[in-house]
Design a protein around this ligand. Structure first.
Ligand SMILES: [Zn+2]
Length: 480
């Protein structure tokens, strides 16, 4: 068994260099690879399968809450994007421009969409005339281009995949309710499907989306104790409707501007799964979104191809028919030990081992990826047991994530403590903030921590930075 650990040894341990571990595990597990264009990545089948699972589980929720999918063009005329200066300025360093069609220079440059408020706003102004046309509840699954200077697979790349919801409403109240509704859809989705515990709240003025009245977010703590924004939901007010002239005749025959929202999550979620759940042995995926839920490894001793392989294949087929995502690793050139560590590295939640002795006893061995617990199970009970264990893994992974977040959230009153925690333990700091951007800036300059979310505007305390009366209870962290 000399080769047993070779696969894993090639990866830098997470505990010694998190950034290197992250990139190495993504490439080694074949989630993604670098593309020839700087800052771009190729999402490989194993990584894309996670995105497909995320997409189908989230799409279901988006539709259940009354939205329909549509598709808008990739290109946005410069004049349209320029109509809204705050919005354009927010994105302009990152916009990619098309200047030629074939050999001909275009009369007007086209932006490759950095987000779709402008093009969708333009169309909504044509489609919406009366209160009877409202609400408009549309979602789009698409690719986005933002010319980022510093990139990292899944977390920040020049092109990424996402969904963006864009809604228009009759009243402010309805639009605000929609913003909150989608925020809670995201929270529930991330916690129950990705098994990652999140906080949710309001962004500060500085951190909010360009052009929004208010940006809400869900944020999680990665296992290196830095925060990652997992999704945002924006209340846009009437800002874009005034710019793009989206008016409707209300119930009193008066012309009004619509109230809007937009909300999105991206392939960043795949990066979050890697960083939140992975360990020194590699990836660890929650069963609900794992590309593969069960990997069958036959123990290749003696006449295994005659005795073991056909039984293993039968098990694979029956699990497959029951809807489990399952594969059989029948490769001859690798030992079982090699395969164990490879599939552990790839984060498959459950391994099924079966050898000559198990065949004799009508058994199989199930090994969990998350805690490596082993269980001998009768072949007659496999489906039920596997279902039960996968549900258990999903729950245990979430509980672990919740505990991790709670253990790494520090309530702080003194600025000195703030600084020392950000230097050593990191994680979330829960503290009061007076609302002054100068305090926000000072904190960022001193500690690199930013406001991740305002979670309460009702309680009263003293600003952790300036000591003045403060009404905002805030989560701070260093963030991706
Ligand atoms: Zn202050």
């Amino acid at each position: 068994m000399k080769d047993k650990n070779r696969f894993v040894e090639k990866i830098t341990p997470k505990s010694s260099d998190f950034s290197r571990w992250y990139v190495e595990v993504i490439r080694k597990a074949e989630l993604a690879d670098y593309a020839p264009m700087k800052g771009m990545m190729v999402i490989r089948p194993y990584g894309y399968a996670i995105w497909e699972n995320i997409k189908s589980l989230l799409d279901k929720r988006i539709k259940e809450t009354g939205h329909k999918n549509a598709y808008f063009p990739l290109f946005i005329p410069e004049s349209l994007l320029k109509k809204e200066t705050e919005h354009l300025e927010g994105f302009s360093p990152e916009v990619a421009w098309v200047t030629h069609g074939g050999d001909d220079e275009l009369e007007e440059r086209l932006a490759v969409r950095p987000t779709s408020e402008a093009i969708i706003g333009n169309m909504y102004s044509k489609w919406i005339n009366s209160y009877r046309d409202l609400p408009v509840l549309i979602n789009q699954w698409a690719n986005i281009v933002r010319w980022e200077k510093v990139t990292r697979p899944f977390l920040r790349t020049a092109e990424f995949l996402w969904q963006e919801g864009h809604t228009a409403h009759e009243t402010q109240k309805e639009a605000e309710e929609e913003t909150q509704k989608m925020l809670s859809v995201y929270k529930e989705f991330v916690e129950s499907e990705l098994a990652i515990s999140v906080i949710s709240g309001l962004k500060s003025e500085r951190e909010k989306f360009a052009g929004a009245s208010a940006t809400y977010c869900v944020e999680a703590l990665m296992s290196d104790k830095k925060a990652l924004q997992m999704g945002t939901s924006h209340f846009l007010g009437q800002h874009f409707s005034r710019v793009f002239d989206i008016k409707f005749e209300d119930r009193n025959q008066k012309l009004q501007y619509v109230w809007q929202t937009s909300w999105g999550v991206s392939t960043r979620m795949v990066g979050a799964l890697v960083m939140a759940h992975g360990d020194d042995s590699g990836l660890c995926f929650p069963p609900r979104v794992a590309p593969l839920q069960v990997i069958i490894v036959p123990i290749s001793i003696g006449e295994w191809k005659q005795n073991v392989l056909p039984v293993a294949e039968n098990i694979r087929q029956s699990l497959d028919q029951k809807g489990f995502r399952v594969e059989l690793d029948a490769r001859e050139q690798f030992t079982p030990g090699w395969k164990f560590s490879e599939w552990e590295m790839k984060g498959v939640p459950l391994r099924l081992e079966i050898g000559p002795r198990d065949i004799k006893n009508n058994n199989a061995v199930l090994v969990r990826r998350d805690n490596r617990n082993k269980q001998v199970v009768s072949q007659d009970e496999l489906e039920n047991k596997i279902q039960e264990i996968l549900s258990r893994i999903q729950k245990d992974m979430f509980d672990k994530s919740l505990k991790f977040r709670e253990d790494n959230t520090h309530e702080v009153e003194k600025y000195q403590d703030f600084e020392s925690i950000m230097k050593s333990k990191m994680g979330f700091i829960k503290a009061f903030w007076c609302g002054n951007p100068d305090c926000e800036t000072k904190i960022k300059e001193d500690t690199k921590a930013t406001i991740r979310a305002v979670v309460s505007e009702k309680e009263k305390g003293k600003c952790v930075c300036c000591g003045k009366d403060a009404g905002f209870l805030v989560y701070f962290a260093k963030a991706y």
